[in-house]
Design a protein around this ligand. Sequence first.
Ligand code: GDP
Length: 298
Amino acid sequence: PGLLNRILGREAPAPARPAAPPEPRRELDDAMLEDLEETLIAADMGVDTALRVTANIAAGRMGRRVSASELRGWLAAEVARIMTPVARPLPLYAKKPQVVLVVGVNGSGKTTTIGKLASQFRAAGKTVIIAAGDTFRAAAVEQLQVWGQRAGVPVMTAPEGSDPASLAFDAMVRAEAEGADLLMIDTAGRLQNRADLMEELAKIVRVIRKRDPSAPHNTLLVLDATTGQNAVSQVETFRKLADVSGLVMTKLDGTARGGVLVALADKFGLPIHAIGVGEQIDDLDAFDADDFARALVG
Ligand code: GDP
């Protein structure tokens, strides 16, 4: 792979003989910076972030003769600098139940992520209850039940088409009665009717606050990395619909280059709590800024 090969050529192989040719160098000029900008934009970083990253790399280095590995190192350092502050695992509170509201468009990986998180919490010795709050999609409820079974966590459901807020309230009561550590609430992702969805999410928040004014303690927005720059507009939209406290980025195992994560971190500064790297229950990793920067730059 290697994001910069197009600009500077492959890194020279480790010298087999002492006389191996040195890595080619090119002068850091406007043309090279334009190439770099284009590469970063093509990698889904977005124009604003690509321009800023390029300017930071250029600062004080114009006219220098640089090698591919030097440029790669500067880029990785710049990406890591942007990503380090947002690489934060989901905070766990002593508060029982810690209420985690999960939002995102349909297909982003909400159900899967709830299952994976529930499994990790269980492995950490926590008791978890899941509420299947997307009551309008029978398939979503069924799928969440399957994930609940896999994770060994009860899933509360309500009849199709019933009020998700009343399910959320019942789930709060049960979680309190059972002394559960965490209550994860799935929600609908019908962005086609934003006013409806906004009212639905607001009502869920209102009723759970009747039981605990400090809830929800986290509002996780699940984003699909393969949607590229669309993820940016999804954050903008969901921040209007709910008090988003952190992100989970799914499908980073596929062809997604993940450059959009840099744009998101640069633009919103919301914590990235975890990344989805597959369809299995263990395919949820902590987000590591340095690993990510190295993988992105190649
Ligand atoms: P929801 O509609 O937001 O609840 O989305 P789902 O959880 O049903 O996920 C939609 C599809 O994406 C399913 O086929 C999942 O298996 C898949 N998926 C979710 N997370 C990941 C991931 O991290 N990697 C991959 N490759 N697929 C994922």
